[in-house]
Design a protein around this ligand. Structure first.
Ligand code: ZN
Length: 150
């Protein structure tokens, strides 16, 4: 158990893993797998570089700087993933809601699906701008219980 204690002592004040670390790890694994098939020299160098950055950040004592790097990474990631998140949300809610952006103030509005297909009118609650939009989906009517006798 002595080495565990030693390791704990060694890790005191060091940065350790974070989201950027996880990303670099995945990057390394991907590079490794790609390299299994192609074996490019440049990929070997990249792999080493990624490993080096990973370990450097993991054992770094400049916690504040590392945290800032991580924040930067998280910001970039959320900016990159934002359109995909919206697509996911739109798909998940496709049976009940439709999302439209106000043409004047750019607010995203969540609207219940209209009862009929076609051109709909909506008033933005924020800027009171009236707009029209085309909706090709309509409210779904669910049958809960059917009457068997006709
Ligand atoms: Zn608006």
């Amino acid at each position: 158990m002595k080495w565990v204690y030693k390791l704990q002592r060694f890790m005191i004040g060091r940065y350790g893993p974070d989201e950027l670390y996880k990303f670099l790890f995945k990057l390394y694994i991907s590079l490794f797998i790609i390299n299994l098939f192609f074996n490019f020299r440049i990929l070997n160098i990249l792999e080493l570089l990624v490993i080096f950055i990973m370990f450097y950040r993991f054992f770094s004592k400049k916690i504040y700087t590392r945290r800032k790097e991580n924040d930067k990474y998280l910001e970039l990631r959320s900016r990159f993933l934002k359109p995909f998140n919206n697509l996911k949300r739109n798909y998940k809610d496709r049976d009940y809601f439709v999302y439209k952006k106000c043409s004047k103030c750019k607010t995203t509005l969540k609207l219940p699906l209209p009862s009929r297909r076609g051109i709909q009118q909506v008033k933005c609650p924020k800027c009171k701008h009236r707009m029209k939009f085309l909706c090709l989906r309509q409210e779904k009517v669910e049958v809960i219980k059917q009457n068997k006798r006709k």
